[in-house]
Design a protein around this ligand. Structure first.
Ligand SMILES: [Zn+2]
Length: 192
């Protein structure tokens, strides 16, 4: 597996996790280069629960259906984990184009804590920020490897959801689309 990692921070660069734990499909955890196996393992299980909850939610179903409706396919997610991914990073996907693992950042803080930082930065509520971060990682898992492409696809998805919704749910998806559009523009700027 290549050390290709992408992440929902404002930067787009490759990171090598300093230490991590990954839980596989059978619920078995393994640590890699970990200096804190207990914490990394605990956070890996917590992140797995959060990702599973997203995938079984109506928001997660809607995004996965959207991916397939666009003729894209998801790589196989072989595991979910937590690792030290660097300052300012929320989550990442470590993959080789065929299979991969979704990671939350640890760096001494929970995934929820890092998502709360992201929520504050973009003036989102916590649940919307979590939906954003997970949709972003699954957008990468759908073959959108650059930040620009990943943000572009979730922007289109959020706009479609806004079009199908009313009231506060419509406003919520319009705000998410706005954030994705802003981040897409930033990624474009950084590519040039
Ligand atoms: Zn990313």
């Amino acid at each position: 597996m290549q050390n290709y990692l992408s992440h929902p921070t404002l930067d787009d660069y490759v990171i090598n996790p300093m230490g991590m734990a990954v839980v596989d499909g059978n619920g078995k955890a393994q640590t890699y280069n970990s200096d804190n196996k207990a914490a990394h393992t605990r956070e890996a299980y917590s992140t797995k629960r959060i990702v599973n909850d997203y995938l079984s939610s109506k928001e997660g179903h809607a995004f996965v259906n959207y991916i397939y409706s666009r003729g894209k396919e998801l790589i196989e997610i072989k595991g979910t984990g937590a690792g030290d991914l660097g300052q300012g990073v929320v989550a990442a996907i470590l993959h080789n184009g065929l299979e991969g693992v979704i990671l939350s950042n640890y760096e001494g803080k929970t995934f929820t804590y890092h998502v709360a930082d992201f929520a504050r930065q973009y003036h989102l509520d916590q649940d919307s920020a979590m939906e954003y971060v997970l949709a972003h990682e699954f957008s990468h898992a759908a073959g959108n490897y650059s930040e620009r492409e990943a943000e572009g696809m979730i922007k289109e998805f959020f706009l479609e959801q806004a079009g199908k919704s009313e009231g506060s749910e419509k406003a919520r998806y319009q705000k998410l689309a706005e954030v994705a559009g802003e981040r897409e523009q930033q990624a474009k700027y950084q590519e040039n």
